[in-house]
Design a protein. Structure first.
Length: 209
């Protein structure tokens, strides 16, 4: 039952970001096949590059309010032989329903950062690049690890020329004053755990106006 709740939570949080795109459908993403009517409606919102207007949807998970989104982030995070891009970002507030409060440590309200990313190993050798385990630091003093329960498999072990894409999700204490987030990403390594890439520090301003 717990795994079902975790999956449902990840689904709703991911779909919140998918609504940012002009065309967010992916044939290889089973999550998209189970869109709720609310998230489908959300996908009809503004086509602007960055949007600080608030959008609110309610679902079994709770009340999700989008504070900021940029669907054309397009920030490269290449590392060693791995080509990688942070495609989109969304900052939102979630008020979990009673059924899901335990999933969020009993909190009445949390802040969610979601980044849609894509990765591709360009060599035949096995490469390890843990983009989906990046640490996130806010300009307001929070530091959190990516939530592996909610996030898609965007990093980790690449057994040859493998491509991955999906959402990376961070759950923070409630904070609507965040204006910038910084990702700390460990450098890629090979099968022998020898470094083949450099650690990255990526600053992402959230231009809420």
């Amino acid at each position: 039952m717990k795994k079902k709740l975790i999956f449902s939570a990840a689904l709703v949080l991911s779909l919140g970001l998918a609504g940012c795109g002009a065309d967010s459908s992916k044939e290889d993403k089973p999550k998209e096949e189970t869109k709720t009517a609310a998230s489908a409606e959300s996908s009809k919102k503004s086509d602007s590059k960055a949007d600080s207007g608030q959008e609110t949807t309610e679902s079994e998970l709770g009340k999700l309010t989008v504070l900021y989104k940029d669907k054309e982030l397009n920030t490269p995070v290449n590392n060693g032989p791995v080509k990688a891009t942070l495609d989109k970002i969304q900052l939102s507030t979630l008020e979990p329903s009673e059924s899901y409060k335990d999933t969020f440590d009993g909190k009445d309200k949390v802040t969610i950062v979601t980044i849609e990313a894509s990765t591709e190993n360009t060599v035949d050798e096995t490469i390890n690049y843990y983009l989906d385990q990046a640490k996130l630091v806010t300009d307001t003093g929070q530091q959190v690890d990516a939530n592996l329960w909610f996030s898609d498999d965007v990093g980790g072990e690449f057994l040859g020329k493998v491509k991955k894409n999906g959402n990376i999700i961070w759950v923070l204490k409630h904070d609507e004053n965040i204006k910038k987030v910084t990702l700390h990403i460990s450098g890629a390594s090979n099968e022998k755990i020898d470094r083949v890439g450099e650690d990255l520090k990526i600053e992402i301003p959230l231009d809420k106006k």
